[in-house]
Each structure stands twice: as C-alpha cells, then as structure tokens.
Write a protein that binds this ligand. Structure first.
Ligand code: GUN
Length: 283
C-alpha cells in the first residue's frame, strides 16, 4: 500500500478563507481581530515562526502587534507588556513565543496572559478546561491535527491512537483531544520500554518527538493513519519530520508530509482562536 498525503496547505488555505471572511464581518462591526506577539531573544527558528504568524494575520485581515526583546531583558518588562495588552480591549489574542531565555519562568509568563486572550491555549486554566471537556482555547497544533483527521473522516470512536511525545504544547493536549472524541489513547515517550509494540497496534499514530525520521515504516500497522508533528533538519540539511516518510508511506493509508502537513494548520488554528476571541467581544 502507498499512503495518500493529507495536504495541510490545501486544508489551511480553505480554513483561512473562512477565517478571513469572519474577520471582515467582525471588522465591519467595529471589531478588527488583533493578535499581539511577543518574541524574546534571537532564536532563529522562533524569529521565522513569529514572522509567519504576523504575515498570516495580515493576509487574514487581522491587525497584529509585534514586540521584540533582547535575550537579556529583565522579565519584568515582559510582564508589564503583558499586563498592558491584557487591559487593551482592541487586542484579542496574546502570544509569547517559546522557548524563553533562562531568566524566565515560562509557566509564570504564560499564566500572566489573560485566559480570555490565551490564543495559544497554554494557560493552566484553558488546559484544565480542555481536560474537563469544557470550552476553552485549544492548543493550535493538536487542534490542527484534529481538523486534518476530520477533513479525511478518520474514525476516532474506538480507534487505537498512539501519541509519541508528552509535551504540554502537543503530546498531552493531543492525547486529551483524541480521548474526548472516543479514541483509546496511549501516550509514549522517552521512557517507554517498547515503542514499536505500541505503535504497531495503532490505527492512528501522532509523532511529536522532535527527532528526525524517528518513526520507521516497520513500526507502523498496515493501513494506519500517520500524523507527523515534527519539524527537523535531516542529515542532508533538508526539512523533515519525526516520521521516516519514505518507509512509512509504504505501510500507512494516510500520512502528513513535512513540510506541507501539520505546520500550516498550526498557524491556521491560531488565527481561528484569535477570530473566536474577537467574536466573544460582541457575544
Ligand atoms: N514554540 C513552538 N511552538 C509554539 C507555539 O505553538 N506557540 C508558542 N507561543 N511558542 C511555540
């Protein structure tokens, strides 16, 4: 079997069109969606992500604000900025790009953001609501994955799902979202004794480990749906995911490529959360 690709670019373009339409309607009613992005330090990857987020906002008709700080900034300056943005009614989403330099306690920074403007879905209150199956802002990457699975009508009820990775940003919320839709979920991680034992049983595998070409075709059940959240540089210098695409596509039924898979959906869901936050101003 050769897997079919789930085209993240095409799905993202479709969803972003709907978001731009909603943004235009809100703007006509006097509420232009606005995302504020805070970038601390000089991590090149973070700079690229932030640039892409700001550009996506502009294309969708949002207003965006960008605040950049030197790597040795006093954290208080960032806390003051967050407080100012929390109080600004024209700002609907606040995002602090991670990772932060050593002098920061990232949890404290994320918790300084008003939960009503936490469009990354990283605040403990929003994560708690997600765990309880209540309405919250969902973290963008796992929510984008759910949209991709739904776009292909992948059956989640009763499916065996394996999530590889237990980060607060992807692995844990991914597991909760799959669980809430009726999947039987196993979370694997660096201490898992026999990873292949688990992945070979999975109808759906989500790889979020951050290791290039880590999940090979011989670790996958024939016909499985394989979602690759990784963005790595391979030995050849090219972008690649956590899945060894060439061997995995010979076994899977559906697979997300890197680039052009989950990546475009992450920013799309950030826009979705921001437009939703703006909508709540009028509700
Ligand atoms: N760093 C890596 N991914 C993300 C993300 O989705 N949001 C933020 N704020 N930082 C990140």
């Amino acid at each position: 079997m050769t897997a079919r690709n789930i085209d993240g670019n095409a799905l993202a373009a479709k969803v972003r069109e709907e978001i731009a339409q909603r943004a235009a309607e809100l703007t006509a009613r006097g509420v232009q969606p606005c995302l504020a992005v805070i970038l601390v330090g000089e991590d090149p990857a973070s700079a690229v992500y932030v640039r892409n987020k700001v550009s996506a906002c502009e294309k969708a008709g949002f207003r965006s604000l960008k605040f950049t700080y030197a790597p040795d900034v006093d954290p208080q300056e960032v806390f003051d900025r967050i407080a100012e943005l929390n109080a600004d009614d024209t700002v609907h989403g606040i995002l602090v790009q991670l990772p932060l330099p050593k002098q920061f306690d990232a949890d404290k920074v994320l918790e300084a953001i008003s939960p009503e403007k936490d469009v990354d879905g990283f605040h403990a209150e929003n994560f708690g609501l997600l765990l309880q199956g209540r309405k919250s802002f969902y973290p963008c990457t796992p929510w984008g994955v759910m949209k991709m699975l739904d776009s292909e009508n992948v059956e989640l009820k009763g499916a065996e799902a394996v999530v590889i990775g237990r980060s607060n940003i992807v692995g844990k919320p991914m597991a909760v979202m799959l669980l809430s839709r009726g999947a039987t979920v196993t979370v694997c991680h660096s201490q898992t004794k026999d990873l292949a034992f688990h992945t070979k049983r999975a109808d759906i595998v989500v790889a979020a480990v951050g290791r290039a070409k880590f999940l090979k075709g011989d670790m996958i059940k024939p016909g499985a749906v394989v979602i690759d959240v990784g963005i790595n540089r391979g030995e050849d210098g090219k972008l690649c995911g956590d899945v060894d695409f060439d061997s995995a596509r010979e076994v899977a039924s559906l697979i997300t490529p890197v680039p052009g898979g989950v990546g475009p959906m992450t920013i799309t869901m950030l826009l979705a959360n921001t437009v939703e936050s703006a909508q709540r101003v009028l509700d």
